[in-house]
Design a protein around this ligand. Structure first.
Ligand code: KG4
Ligand code: ZN
Length: 336
């Protein structure tokens, strides 16, 4: 069989990423340029700065990916790029570049839903553990529990009503003086703290009906604001550990309950917050009592990257015969 090469492009937020996959599975290159250093002094992503830097960096990311994969652009058979959800300017940069390359090469183009892309991080790492599974997508922009009946067949059980889990990590991290994005630094700081030091709520754990699968993390951040106001000398490590424990408690309890109710054997956690060490360690351990197998992709596939986007594009094209027209627009509010 002749190798099929997919080019993937991801620019939905503040990572400029280009990947090349062989036969939809083997990662020949997955180049990620993070812009975090450009945004951290503002405490969050500035869309205009992000757009301009995607324009600047994308050609270099593409060349680096081609060099790493040791291929010529002309060998690419399919181009996939994130077309939503995300920031409209950043999306437009990756999407327009992808369409231009597809047009120049005369190959098909597929617009990828970034959230579906996150799920394909699992397909890349664990090709022998296919759906059905319960997916937990936890990132800077989303917190979603989804029943993945098959790739391409998603039933969303619940999402966050306000802040996403990663957003809550970033905001609480900022209150503790950590740079954006603060998730990884807060995770590290929490290791030196006592998770029981501060009593915090466990939001939405007592809901019934459809709202039992929903999340809310904005109130936790407010609790930390008040705690810091009343205890300005509170130990940052204790605050970090207590906050992280509250988020992890909620994520684990809802995820296990959904996995039991859906009777799925596998639980798949993806997105930036899947890199959280406490979530990884506790969910792996606590799922055993319920005889559920938990899968976390490696860190590099958890946070935003184009390999997962290329994998989703390959699946959409080869299995579902998807091919988008070149007037496909960015969709900032696209849902799973
Ligand atoms: O998936 P991702 O790279 O981008 C989005 O699609 O949003 O996720 C980024 C989010 C950020 O909020 C970041 O703080 C968080 O993932 N994150 C973490 C950790 N590493 C990254 N949150 C908690 N613990 C971590 N170790
Ligand atoms: Zn993401």
């Amino acid at each position: 069989m002749v190798d099929h090469l997919t080019l993937g492009i991801e620019t939905s937020c503040d990572e400029t990423s280009v990947a090349i996959l062989r036969n939809g599975q083997e990662i020949l290159a997955n180049v990620v340029y993070s812009q975090a250093h450009l945004h951290n002094k503002y405490g969050g992503v500035v869309p205009e700065i992000a757009s301009r830097n995607h324009v600047k960096k994308l050609p270099f990311a593409l060349q680096e990916a081609l060099d790493q994969a040791k291929i010529n652009l002309a060998e690419i058979a399919l181009v996939g790029a994130t077309h939503g959800p995300g920031l409209v300017g950043p999306l437009l940069v990756g999407l327009s570049s992808a369409k231009g390359i597809a047009y120049a090469l005369g190959v098909p183009f597929v617009g990828v839903n970034h959230l579906e892309g996150h799920l394909f991080a699992h397909a890349l790492e664990f090709p022998n553990e296919p759906p059905p599974f319960l997916g937990l997508i936890v990132s800077g922009g989303h917190t979603i529990l989804v029943h993945v009946r098959a790739y391409g067949d998603y039933k969303v059980l619940g999402e966050t009503r306000d802040d996403a889990a990663g957003e809550a990590f970033d905001k609480v991290g900022k209150l503790l003086g950590l740079d954006y994005p603060a998730g990884a630094a807060l995770d590290k700081l929490a290791r030196q703290g006592n998770p029981k030091a501060i009593s915090l709520p466990r939001p939405m754990l007592n809901e019934v009906g459809v709202s039992q699968w929903q999340f809310s993390f904005a109130g936790l951040k407010t609790s930390i604001v008040y705690f810091l106001r009343d205890n300005p000398k509170g130990l940052p490590a204790d605050i970090a550990a207590s906050f992280q424990e509250a988020v992890v408690d909620v994520l684990i309890e809802k995820t296990l309950k959904a996995a039991v109710q859906l009777d799925t054997k596998r639980i798949v956690v993806v997105g930036g917050v899947a890199a959280n060490s406490r979530l990884r360690e506790r969910l792996q351990a606590e799922a055993q009592a319920f005889r559920k197998n938990v899968f976390f992709p490696p860190m590099a596939l958890c946070t935003d990257n184009a390999a997962m986007i290329a994998a989703a594009a390959y699946f959409q094209h080869t299995q579902l015969h998807q091919k988008h027209s070149l007037d496909l627009a960015p969709m900032p509010g696209l849902r799973l």
